[in-house]
Structure formats: C-alpha cells, structure tokens
Ligand binder design. Structure first.
Ligand SMILES: [Zn+2]
Length: 432
C-alpha cells in the first residue's frame, strides 16, 4: 500500500545534527557519532509528491517509517468547528478529533492519538524484533497494549498504578502484552526510570519515546490529515504537550508538506499548571526543566524530562515555527471541557481541555488573531461515549511492584528494581 513494500524501506533516517544518513533497521534511536544530543528524522523517497491510498492511518504510509501496514487502523478525523470557534472568538477553527466519536467517523480504539504512534512504531519493527519496553503515564501504554494485541507483537509496558484506570479495551489483551504496574507513590518518571533498566535486559529493547521516528511521524499524520481536509496548512497548531512529541511530529510533517514560500504553522503548545516543565524551560530558555511533580488535572502532561534542548526537539520546533508555550490551570481546563461538551456534544479528556482553555486565553490576549486558521488537536475524546457504546474489558497487570517514596532511600529502590528484573527476565520468552 502507498509505496510500502514489505521487507524494504522507502525512507532513510538522517541525524538532525551532523546529517549522517542511516539505512533504518527499525530499531535505531540515536546517531552513533559523538556530538550534542540530536533526534534522527525520517526522509522519504519522492518527498512532496507522496501517494495517498485507502483510508485511516496508513493512507499516509508513504510518509511513515514502516515496512508493513495493518488493515483497518483508523486515522485522525479533521472537521471545521464553527460554533466552538465563535464561542472563543475564532472565525476559522478546525479540530483534529482523536478519539471515539462514531458520528464524526472517529474510531481510535483507545481514544487518543497515541493509537497513531503505536501502530506506526509496530509497523516500523523488523521481523523477529526484540521485546519492546515502553514506559507510560497511561495513554501510550493503552495504545500499545491494544495495537500489540491485535497484531501479536510482544511488548512490556511499565506504568504507575493510576494508569490502570484507563486500561480498558474493546476485548481482552493478548498474551504477548505484559503490563508491569508500579504501586504506591510511583510517578510517570519512576516508570521511565524502571523501563530504562528493563530495556537493558537481553532480548529487550527501549521503544525510545520521542527519539523513535515512528512515534513522531505517526503523530504527525494529524497534520497530514488536516492539510488534506483544509486544503492548506493551518496558520497555528494547538496541542497540549507532555513531552511535546506530537507537536514536533506535526511540525516535521508540515515541513514535508509545505510548498515553496508557505509558512510553517506556528506551534502553540499548552501545559497544565501547577506542573509545567516545558513551559518553565521555555520561559528560561536553556535552563533545565523544573523538578516538581504536584497535582495537575492532566496527568499525561507530566513528563519531567521532555526533549527540550535536543537538536530537532521542542525548542528547535518552537523557534522554527515562531511558536510559544502557554499554561492553564485546572479550573480553566474543566470549564473548557464543559464548553466542548455543550457545543460539540462529546466528552473530552483533561489534556484536550487544557489545549482548548489555553487557545481561548491566547485569543483573549491577542496572541492568536480572530481570523487565523487554527487547528486544535483534541487528543483524548469520547472515552465516556466509548464506555457507553461498547463493553470494555479491564486489563490485568502481569506484575505489580510496590514502589517506595523518594525519601525511603536508594537502597530500597534498588531492592525493588532487582526484584523487578528477576521477575521479568522470563518475559521475553514467555511473551513470544
Ligand atoms: Zn549525528
């Protein structure tokens, strides 16, 4: 489909710092040369004249770093939102709805745009791939769990306990999917640290997060679908960010699409106070993100080590697109969720509420003009609607690890990790 020939790769990966080109093995995450931290990015054959065939995510397969596609994977749905736009003072608001909303054709199985990255990452893997290890605050794990179940790809997901709330699926998970739950006070950051250790086991491999070109280009299909629906690139792209991977993916996709002289969409990234490390880093450009983890509404936006200064990362994308990061508090996010439900008739997640609230603020502050063509990425929508429409099956953890608080000392943590490693050494075999 669409230029993808099984077993061959229609793209190369290129280092955004030194320009070294690599033939992709489906797993590569970093440039092997010694220099500043830098993302690899995918460069596609025949860039600019890509074919579009079929529907859903793999309609864009010619600009996805995959060697295989999967049948019946839904894609982003983009529509004009005039009434919502009017309510926040915009004449030309478009929404990319990433979730479950059958009347609009939105069918993402785990209700966020993480479904787009999961299928792309799996389609990028070589045959007989190692066991993928993926830490997540919840949405990414849900997306990978379901995609890996459908296509029988072994993976090991590491999540903090509250993430299990969202682990409900249209059917039972397959035996190739193992969920390790960190109990107690564990945070998303603890899941990341833990997954780093697990990925070092023989036969295991770190999925790589924002460093994985499959993730960024999979999420970037939101921009491709929007440009197709609108007939041009938007002036401004708005999205709530944790790591910023989705916004970088949208930015890279826009760069591939734009015609000579066309401006790149300005990125407006949004975070949720009181925990907004990307916002803090952007305010104090160059300084490290703040080391705080309080209680924002949108837990998935709490990545403590986002790819800010890395070449090709958040800072570069903001500078290249003349973009900005805005913050909003829980109260404003809740009001935005209510507004969306009132006007559009569908529930949205807290992260999407953060994005809508921040956009409304930006319009009020004159940062976004009323006549700009704005694309709002609503990722996390229709979860309540899906629970009403379908019978969802809660996932069972494969392993629960009690996780100590930070003040209990490294010895206790080390003991937990040791147990985790011992318990999981059979995962690679068991999962196959
Ligand atoms: Zn390099």
């Amino acid at each position: 489909m669409s230029g993808v020939r099984p077993g061959t790769r229609h793209y190369t990966v290129v280092c955004s710092s030194c320009g070294t080109r690599y033939e992709d093995d489906g797993l590569l995450l970093d440039c092997t040369r010694r220099h500043e931290p830098a993302f690899l990015r995918a460069e596609y054959e025949g860039s600019g004249t890509q074919t579009r065939e079929g529907s859903g995510l793999f309609r864009y397969a010619s600009v996805l770093p995959v060697t295989r596609t999967f049948a019946d994977v839904p894609g982003p749905v983009v529509h004009q939102a005039q009434r919502l736009g009017r309510r926040i003072g915009l004449d030309r608001l478009w929404v990319a709805f990433n979730g479950h909303w059958p009347e609009r054709g939105a069918q993402l199985p785990t209700c966020t745009f993480k479904d787009l990255e999961a299928y792309t990452v799996l389609g990028r893997l070589p045959d007989s791939a190692p066991l993928l290890v993926i830490p997540s605050a919840g949405n990414t794990a849900a997306a990978f769990a379901w995609a890996a179940t459908r296509h029988r790809v072994p993976c090991l997901l590491v999540v903090p306990a509250p993430a299990m709330e969202r682990m409900r699926f249209p059917g039972p998970l397959g035996p190739c999917v193992r969920i390790v739950v960190l109990d107690g006070t564990a945070t998303y950051s603890d899941a990341i640290a833990c997954a780093d250790l697990l990925a070092r086991l023989p036969g295991h491999h770190a999925e790589g997060g924002s460093r994985n070109v499959g993730r960024r280009d999979g999420l970037g299909t939101v921009m491709l679908a929007a440009a197709e629906a609108i007939g041009r690139l938007p002036d401004t792209y708005v999205q709530a960010v944790g790591s910023g991977t989705g916004a970088i993916g949208a930015h890279e996709a826009a760069g591939r699409l734009r015609t000579a002289g066309e401006a790149l969409p300005r990125l407006l990234m949004c975070q949720n106070l009181p925990f907004a490390p990307l916002y803090a880093a952007w305010q104090a450009t160059g300084r490290a993100p703040a080391e705080r983890e309080l209680e924002p509404l949108a837990r998935e936006l709490t990545n403590r080590h986002p790819p800010f200064t890395i070449r090709g990362g958040v800072r570069d994308a903001l500078v290249e697109s003349r973009g900005d990061i805005r913050c909003t508090d829980n109260e404003a996010a809740l009001a935005a969720i209510a507004l969306y439900e009132e006007v559009e008739g569908i529930d949205i997640e807290s992260g999407a509420g953060v994005a809508l609230a921040a956009l409304a603020d930006a319009v009020r502050a004159g940062q976004v003009r009323h006549d700009e063509l704005v694309l709002l990425n609503i990722t996390g929508g229709g979860r309540a609607r899906q629970a009403h429409d379908l019978t969802l099956v809660p996932a069972e953890p494969w392993l629960r690890i009690p996780w100590p608080g930070r003040d209990e000392g490294p010895g206790v943590v080390a003991e937990q990790v040791k147990r985790l490693l011992t318990n999981s050494s059979a995962v690679a075999e068991a999962a196959r």
